[in-house]
Design a protein around this ligand. Structure first.
Ligand SMILES: [Ca+2]
Ligand SMILES: [Ca+2]
Ligand SMILES: [Ca+2]
Ligand SMILES: [Ca+2]
Length: 306
């Protein structure tokens, strides 16, 4: 599959500052009409398509904005750190009507499908020493001690032998799992890596992928008792954030929800955890879209917040 963009996945320092959209130069609005050109392509193909949009405003969304947007679709989510609103079930052809009738709309972005990827993550990371890379992080004594990694993915099976405990000794109670959030249901729970049932009642029919468990294993798995399949940071602990369904699919706004939950909890004192395992240190997203980014879309701007 020829993915043009992979969202690189490591290490977003937890620094907050404001980031505004500058639409005049945006990659996906070459005709500068405040409607994502990809939405305009959808309109050309099927103007009646019901799509999800990210509506970027010039100010924090007001009640009046919500009343306006509610005429066009379902308001799914009002972002907390950038002035953008997710509106789903919008007839694609109405995008231009929205910009014509609300000057405060800076841009209407396509809430683009996001896919789970796993084949490009582990090779370039010099965790263990090798012939090519003799100087490894493990050699320097760095194995993720005191680090909490948020895995934004399909959920993680934290009962897996590589992910269930820190010392791979069943006699000691030292789970890797610290906390979790399900962006699909908006619940602070320990998500499962299992079949996803959509709001419409349909169940994912594709092969089970267990992508989140796989990715968590690469990032922080102990490798189980043998340690043969150890991850990169076996001393790190798990923040399990489900943003992608079992088919390895979601939309940008689901990922944004997960990132915003992580920002909110960046300094949280997790119950029962020692102080060095408080908060969230790293967000991992082994995800990508089919198109490129110039860093001005909603997800890129939330990434900058995190
Ligand atoms: Ca356009
Ligand atoms: Ca889990
Ligand atoms: Ca274990
Ligand atoms: Ca143990």
């Amino acid at each position: 599959m020829d993915f043009k963009k992979l969202i690189p996945m490591w290490l977003f320092p937890l620094v907050l500052f404001c980031q505004h959209f500058t639409p005049s130069t945006w990659l996906y609005d070459q005709n500068s009409n405040r409607v994502d050109d990809r939405i305009e392509q959808i309109i050309e193909g099927n103007p009646d398509s019901l799509i999800s949009m990210i509506v970027d405003l010039g100010h924090r969304p007001t009640d009046e904005d919500s009343v306006f947007l509610d005429q066009y679709g379902r308001i799914e989510y009002i972002m907390q750190y950038i002035p953008s609103v997710v509106v789903t079930h919008v007839q694609a052809s109405r995008a231009h009507d929205m910009t014509a009738n609300l000057e405060e709309i800076v841009m209407i972005e396509w809430d683009e499908p996001v896919y789970a990827l796993l084949d490009v993550s582990a090779y370039a990371i010099q965790a263990r020493s090798s012939t090519d890379y003799p100087n490894s992080s493990w050699g320097d004594g760095v194995q993720g001690q005191g680090i909490n990694i948020a895995i934004l993915d399909t959920g993680v099976d934290d009962g897996h032998p590589s992910l269930d405990d820190m010392d791979d000794n069943a006699d000691t109670k030292d789970p890797k799992y610290v906390a979790g959030y399900d962006a699909i249901t908006n619940k602070e729970i320990n998500p499962d890596d299992d079949n996803y049932q959509s709001s419409s009642g349909s169940i994912c029919v594709e092969d089970e992928v267990y992508h989140g468990t796989h990715v968590a294993g690469i990032a922080l798995g102990t490798g189980g008792a043998s340690h043969i399949n150890s991850g990169i940071a076996p001393e790190a602990k798990l923040i399990d954030v489900k943003v992608v369904n079992k088919c390895g699919y979601c939309v940008n706004s689901s990922v944004i929800k997960g990132i915003e939950w992580c920002i909110k909890n960046r300094n949280t004192k997790w119950k029962g955890q020692p102080s060095d395992y408080h908060g969230i240190d790293i967000i991992n997203m082994s995800l990508g879209t089919r198109s490129a980014s110039d860093g001005q879309d909603a997800q890129s701007r939330v990434d900058i917040h995190s």
